[in-house]
Design a binder for this molecule. Structure first.
Ligand SMILES: O=C(O)[C@H](O)CO
Length: 305
């Protein structure tokens, strides 16, 4: 097909393109528009060959891209920040409330006959009013989450990151604390950092063992930041109160995974950016990044390598 002076071939299915197929099809391409199920690594870049100038991913996350390999070859990279911030923040709040107020358990009880007489402590959860909310990795999404949580009368926002980020923190009056303090003080902990070699497995026993018993752990970033064995241990022994995960390792998480057996773990199938408006905006931005890259023009959103 030819559009905007570009010949392109589209994988016309919601299922990911099989790797062997992809390796064949990329040969000789000038550009690739991908989603997060495609690993863009040395093997794929070799298969594409020297024509490849641009990779545009329809995602804000870029852990599926081998940035070193792309940089080495002078290939430009487009991604889709900003357009999904509101949608992801909204889902994060929904997941946080579903987890802390035990909504999934509650609807299950109502449907399956567990709803007896009104009981004083039945299905009690934890409320946001007067709480301390911790943000691990303060960026656009972390700020947007805090802005939405503020009206729930959160007492204090704290965050940690590789360094203080005063411009963003001032927007939500968040205090910079150490990783240990984040663990110790947070009643709710939202993980908003990118998955990098530095953040891989950062949410492990060391973190969970320092958290409060009433703490709710929420992850809408990437599954790889969490050590799931340690999280299972923390949840099943009551070390922390609950976890809401929109992302896991692997994805999909096998239905027999131990985390699915826990009532205090709410698992969603990576839907944080799944609204019609946002997915349309992401795909338009990804296409515009690609076209700009092919023309050698500034991209609307280029990832600086
Ligand atoms: O990285 C992303 O963009 C999300 O995980 C999917 O929208």
């Amino acid at each position: 097909l030819g559009v905007c002076g570009v010949q392109f071939e589209m994988w016309d299915s919601d299922e990911p393109v099989p790797r062997v197929e992809l390796l064949k099809k990329v040969k000789g391409c000038d550009g690739i528009l991908c989603v997060l199920t495609e690993k863009i690594d040395a093997q794929l870049l070799e298969a594409a060959g020297p024509n490849l100038k641009v990779v545009s991913t329809m995602s804000v996350g870029f852990d599926h891209l081998s940035l070193d390999e792309l940089k080495k070859r002078g290939i430009r990279v487009g991604y889709t920040p900003d357009v999904l911030t509101d949608c992801v923040a909204e889902l994060t709040v929904a997941l946080l409330l579903a987890t802390s107020r035990r909504l999934i358990e509650a609807t299950h009880e109502a449907k399956t006959g567990g709803w007896g007489t009104w009981r004083t402590l039945w299905l009690c959860g934890h409320e946001l009013a007067n709480s301390t909310v911790g943000i691990l990795g303060l960026g656009r999404i972390g700020v947007a989450i805090a802005e939405r949580l503020k009206p729930f009368k959160v007492k204090k926002f704290i965050y940690t990151d590789v360094a203080p980020r005063p411009e963003l923190a001032n927007m939500i009056e968040a205090e910079y604390v150490s990783f240990d303090e984040l663990a110790k003080q947070s009643d709710f902990l939202a993980v908003c950092c990118a998955l990098t070699p530095e953040t891989h497995g950062i949410c492990n026993w060391n973190l969970f063992s320092k958290m409060k018993k009433n703490a709710i752990f929420i992850n809408t970033s990437r599954g790889g930041v969490v050590n799931q064995e340690d999280l299972y241990e923390a949840l099943s022994t009551g070390l922390i109160a609950g976890a809401g995960l929109d992302v896991t390792t692997p994805e999909p998480l096998p239905t027999h995974h131990p985390l699915f057996t826990l009532k205090n773990c709410v698992i969603l199938p990576h839907i944080a950016s799944a609204s019609y408006t946002t997915r349309n905006a992401m795909s338009a931005l990804a296409a515009n990044n690609l076209l700009a890259g092919l023309r050698g023009e500034p991209m609307p959103k280029e990832l600086k390598l």
